[in-house]
Design a protein around this ligand. Sequence first.
Ligand SMILES: [Ca+2]
Ligand SMILES: [Ca+2]
Ligand SMILES: [Ca+2]
Ligand SMILES: [Ca+2]
Length: 710
Amino acid sequence: MCRTPPLCCLHPGDTHSDSLPWRLTSQLDLLETSEDFWETNLDLWAETQGSLETGSRGDMWACLGAGDLLPLDFLAQVLPAGGTKPLSDVRMIQSQGARGLQLAGSQEALSFSASQLFTNCDYFPSEFSIVVTLKIPRLSNKSFSLQRNEYILSLVEEDSDRLLIGLRVSPERLHFLFGGPSGRKRITFRAVQLADNSWHTLVLAVTGHYATLTVDCGMSVELVREQPFPSDLCTVNSTFYIGSRRRWKGMFSGLLRQLVLLPGSDATSRMCPSMFPRLSVLSIPQILLTMPLSPTGVVPLYPYEAEVRVTMGTQPHCSTVEQGQLWFDILGRGLFLCDGVVWIPLLQEKKRLNYVEDYQDLYTNSDTFDVEVFHIPSQGLFAATANRAAKPGSGIYKWVDGKFQMYQNITTYEARAWKYFTVGSKMFLAVANFKGQPDRDREESMIYRWNNRKLKFLLYQTVETHSAQDWEAFSIQEEHFLVVANHRQGDNHNIDSVIYRWNPGTKLFEVNQTIETSGAYDWEFFSVGPYQFLVVANTLNGTSTNINSNIYIWLGGTFRPFQSIKTAGATDWEMFQIGNRYFLAVANSQSWNDRGPSLYNINSTIYELNVMTQTFIKFQDILTSSAVDWEFFSVGEDKFLVVANSLDGSSFSLNSVIYRWQGYEGFVPIHKLPTIGCTDWEYFNTTEGSFLIYSSATSPLSKVFKLNTY
Ligand SMILES: [Ca+2]
Ligand SMILES: [Ca+2]
Ligand SMILES: [Ca+2]
Ligand SMILES: [Ca+2]
């Protein structure tokens, strides 16, 4: 028996017209007023909400209670909250970028007593909306599915098996059934095209004589009935069934993503307009909102399968539209999932770093500060070492039969770095000489050009520099630039570093801009989208190493200050990109000021570009021992950083460390490599595989390591 609070439920026909005053009585009205329709709707919704609080809405609200006006999420009723036992009668299926449930097994599992929903009142609300997001397979002629009726939702009186409420789809039709005082009634919406294998969101709003159906936030279709929806539909001892009518026959065969009852009002105004009208949301269980295949590799709670489009060929676009789609890379034999931003590898015959193997001892002319590995077209792979001794100078090695072999010596003056670059078809090597020639006043660094006839590098241009530490080469809009890191002039570290521009007329590099630096040690050029940047590693100002290193941005034909970052004896900046994230890692070599001793075991820091604030923000500190270089490299899909640790305060013999990118955890140490006075790491590839080479500033021995993969 139904509890019969006399004021329980709205009486037939008495207040529906003013409880939903904005509801339009014909489609024509809707057309004519469509422009401010939504606004009006929202205003009126607010009004009714307001009157609700004052209690003036009358009987119906008294019955439902304010809390009952919240959306009642049927799917959430049957899905256990996260962490509990998964339902075996439900399969989670991802399709067209959204997740839905496919029903399987017994109907009992997807049912619950009406008393769970109607706690204050035994009557089904006389005004309500039912919101459904579903996907029904496209029908072939032979298909049996949907040739019959399938139930999305039913409310069944347990003892009598009488259908109190039913929402049912059949080909091109949607039926709403209810038990009226004079038997079962049916409202049928015709020409509703749902079986097209796409997601659709339906809002069925029922009030009194009216039933309105809105599909994908489009035009509403309204049906007027002689008999109104009953206000005394008793729900005692009745049960809701999701996707069935309590029997095998008529089970819903498509996907369900949303199934919500909103008592008391038309949900359309809450859901429309929508950015994604086919997936417009009133209430969806959390488990269906998230994507199960996340980069963190969280295992989905429910049995899950992705029924998604797989694209072949070259890398397709990946944005929110493609979220959940798969791409099969035929060349790389890999399967990737679009997470809405980037393609995440799922299955790939990918290389994984297994171990690092001693490969070649490269005996150099003298102590080596830097190695530059480069490729000369039709010649092969070369390595230039920046050596301390002037004679025989610095070595250039060629990769022959899987080893570096001496190729050419070039006289240099305590060479600190080499940089290979091209201008058009011309190939150059620039050396940073830390010292001047013994018999000259002027300190110079040299630019050499590859001679295609002699197959050697020949002197091309000399440039005045001051204890040069590094050259960086870059191009902006077809213009070619070089920038030198001038470390000091005499005892003065606060001097200008110089940017040179290639003059196509004179075919020489000419001074273009000077930038004040403090013990400059390294320049790094990088681009982010349409913007170009230079960042300098300032080592010391004469009294302290704890000073700013500066990032400059190219604006209006010149580099201007962009951001200053506090560093400690900065010696290297390494720029790298992971997915759509931009990082800058600084190597901090020592913390020192003129009042105290030097500290070598200090943090080096990785910064990440925050696109919103347009600044680099600290991402991770890594403890290093007088770090002088970071090198970023990839093996398969894995990203790595290797640091050159040069000194722990007492010894040059210490480990350099390889870190692997682990997403949220940042970079995690995975490998230690014994090095002596390590000053530089370079990564390179040959047909023999992937390699790392390091230079030693304390011994004439550099080492090549092979990265073994599996
Ligand atoms: Ca190098
Ligand atoms: Ca550099
Ligand atoms: Ca570096
Ligand atoms: Ca390096």
